[in-house]
Design a protein around this ligand. Structure first.
Ligand code: NDP
Length: 243
């Protein structure tokens, strides 16, 4: 059975990805940091539908937590075929108001978290000479966003990491790619007012913001037969907002 580990899998894009992968026949390991109850409910839902799912405490900001989670998933699932580095936080504000602590927290989660999880799963994938890693970046990692400099920098870093790692581990049969979503309807954007969301939708050529399921569909594509010759690429489901 194909197995997938999704960081931040309890809600938002991560939960939609867990559902899509489970429907596609993957055994799904749902990583969570705070949302334990949502993770457990989601795993129950997937099992009730005939899937295989487990929940794992996995704080991407902590090497010890990542190591322990990957060891547990590997012990229980046998191996990890697919890692989806989805966990992330965002932060708005002027660069001149950004504290060292906030900068460090964001980079440590959104960029170093991807590094830690890749480092933890790769030895198993290299042993098997097979694997797929999908890193969730953002359009702001491609285009940059005012008042989201730390987030944009981290997400641009994720793209750079993915491209370099794709070259490093491609010869071992491992594909590394990125998804850079546009504005997606999740709690990450809950701080935006209806007027702000309407303005973003209007700015988007397709006239709306995206759904988590539309990012999950890109994960399925990259992980599946359609993505077999893709390595080091960035796919951006964004409705045309950034071209
Ligand atoms: P949500 O805020 O809905 O979910 C964030 C997820 O990240 C939660 O599952 C949360 O887990 C997890 N998370 C945060 N910090 C950590 C941590 N230290 N360790 C482990 N998990 C953590 O956001 P989205 O679903 O929208 O975001 C998912 C990804 O997509 C992020 O990387 C985000 O940057 C990216 N993205 C989102 C866009 C959007 O418009 N929504 C656009 C482009 C990219 P828990 O609840 O358990 O703490």
């Amino acid at each position: 059975m194909k197995t997938a580990l999704i960081t931040g899998g309890a809600r938002g894009i991560g939960a939609a990805t867990a559902r899509a992968l489970s429907e596609d026949g993957y055994a799904v390991a749902i990583g969570y940091r705070q949302s334990e109850a949502s993770a457990a409910a989601l795993a129950g839902e997937l099992r009730a539908a005939g899937g295989v799912a487990g929940v794992y405490l996995l704080d991407v900001a902590s090497t010890a937590s990542v190591t322990a989670a990957v060891e547990r998933v590997t012990a229980e699932f046998g191996h990890i075929d697919l890692l989806v580095n989805n966990a992330g936080i965002s932060l708005s504000g002027l660069l001149t108001d950004l504290s060292d602590a906030d900068w460090d927290r964001l980079i440590n989660t959104d960029l170093s978290g991807v590094f830690r999880c890749c480092r933890a799963v790769l030895p198993g994938m290299i042993r098997r000479q097979s694997g797929c890693i999908i890193n969730i970046s953002s359009i702001w990692g491609m285009a940059g966003a005012a008042c989201e400099v730390a987030y944009s920098a981290a997400k641009a870093g994720v793209i750079g990491l993915s491209r370099a790692l794709a070259k490093e581990v491609g010869p071992s049969g491992i594909r590394v790619n990125c998804i850079a979503p546009g504005v997606i309807d999740t709690e990450m954007n809950a701080h935006l007012s209806p007027a702000d969301l309407a303005a973003l939708a209007e700015e988007t050529p397709l006239g709306r913001i995206g759904r988590p399921e539309e990012v999950a569909a890109a994960v399925l594509f990259l992980a599946g037969a359609g993505g077999e010759f893709l390595a080091g690429q960035v796919i951006s489901p964004n409705g045309g907002l950034v071209i």
